[in-house]
Design a protein around this ligand. Structure first.
Ligand SMILES: NC(=O)c1ccc[n+]([C@@H]2O[C@H](COP(=O)([O-])OP(=O)(O)OC[C@H]3O[C@@H](n4cnc5c(N)ncnc54)[C@H](OP(=O)(O)O)[C@@H]3O)[C@@H](O)[C@H]2O)c1
Length: 281
């Protein structure tokens, strides 16, 4: 069962799962607003509806992707997003069959974003409503869920990703793009994230991983890297500042994934290699 099936990562995951395990039965779950005929559409904030669905379908694995990741919206509407960003995870944990494994996507926003390079063992200190609900979900899963994998990721890029598509759209024609110089993150190539999600479905231990690119960049550097890959001049990317924008974006959200890479025998992709993979050149 995949929640958030109509979302950016959900759509990619459905495709990857269908390719890797074509014989598996997939239960794609979307919201009542989601586009897609083949989805089971429910509000995951509705406890009774979630319990009914899990009772009926008896999933062996649940990848819980549904959520509202709009930082500003979550900040202004904490009560409204709590059912989906926090309570849905608790309901799933309580309702899922004992032998079912939960894979939960958490975020670099569990950290305060002041110093960056956060390892799996660093103490979270979320500074946002979105990050607080992710951290609370993690703790709840670790306390009450029998079989789970928590994956913290950030800045996932691939076809359909919001930041990536915005850079591409802005650079169309004679367009220019303006990107922040004063916030760093570790962009995550979606192919790496999908590979890890698929591999942990069959794990027999409970773990918390960091899945993120190996190199930290500013949004400005990311936009320049996209421009270069498109064969465009970097001068079409203008510098801007979070400080002037009034937006809720910390200075350095980058994740350190050394332990996860060693543990899973993985290599994660830097932006120089990852952007051409997404653009297909
Ligand atoms: N993308 C990233 O860089 C990133 C980084 C770290 C963590 N994550 C986490 O990864 C997960 C997936 O991210 P994404 O980028 O794929 O997000 P997304 O594109 O915004 O997809 C989220 C999905 O959740 C669904 N949803 C929202 N509220 C719902 C509700 N009440 N009931 C049922 N479904 C609901 C949405 O349905 P609609 O079709 O109605 O929109 C949407 O399809 C999220 O939990 C996010 O916090 C993402």
């Amino acid at each position: 069962m995949i929640t958030g099936s109509a979302g950016f990562i959900g759509q990619h995951l459905r495709e990857a799962l269908a390719q890797a395990n074509p014989d598996d039965e997939l239960v794609p779950v979307g919201s009542p607003r989601s586009a897609g005929e083949d989805l089971i559409k429910i509000d995951l904030g509705d406890k009774a509806a979630v319990e009914r669905l899990i009772q009926e379908r008896r999933p062996t694995h649940i990848v819980h992707l549904a959520g509202n990741k709009n930082l500003g919206y979550c900040e202004r509407n904490a009560d409204e997003v709590r059912p989906i960003n926090l309570e849905s995870t608790q309901t799933i944990c309580e309702a899922m069959p004992a032998d079912c494994r939960l894979v939960f996507l958490s975020s670099d926003y569990v950290f305060d974003g002041e110093r960056g390079n956060y390892a799996e063992t660093d103490e979270p200190a979320p500074g946002t409503v979105y990050g607080s609900m992710k951290y609370e979900s993690e703790r709840m899963i670790q306390k009450s869920c029998e079989r789970y994998t928590i994956i913290r990721t950030g800045g996932v890029y691939g076809v359909g990703g919001r930041f990536f598509d915005w850079i591409l759209d802005s650079l169309k024609g004679d367009g220019r793009v303006e990107a922040f110089v004063d916030t760093r993150f570790t962009p995550t190539y979606i192919g790496d994230l999908l590979r890890v999600i698929l591999s942990v479905l069959d794990a027999d231990d409970n773990a918390l991983y960091h899945v993120a690119g190996p190199v930290s960049v500013s949004r400005y550097e990311m936009a320049c890297a996209v421009a270069r890959t498109l064969g465009e001049d970097e001068s079409r990317v203008d510098k801007s500042s979070v400080a002037d924008s009034g937006m809720l974006i910390p200075a350095d959200n980058s994740l350190n994934s050394d332990w996860t890479r060693k543990r899973l025998g993985e290599t994660f992709t830097g932006v120089v290699e990852g952007i051409p993979l997404v653009l297909g050149n």
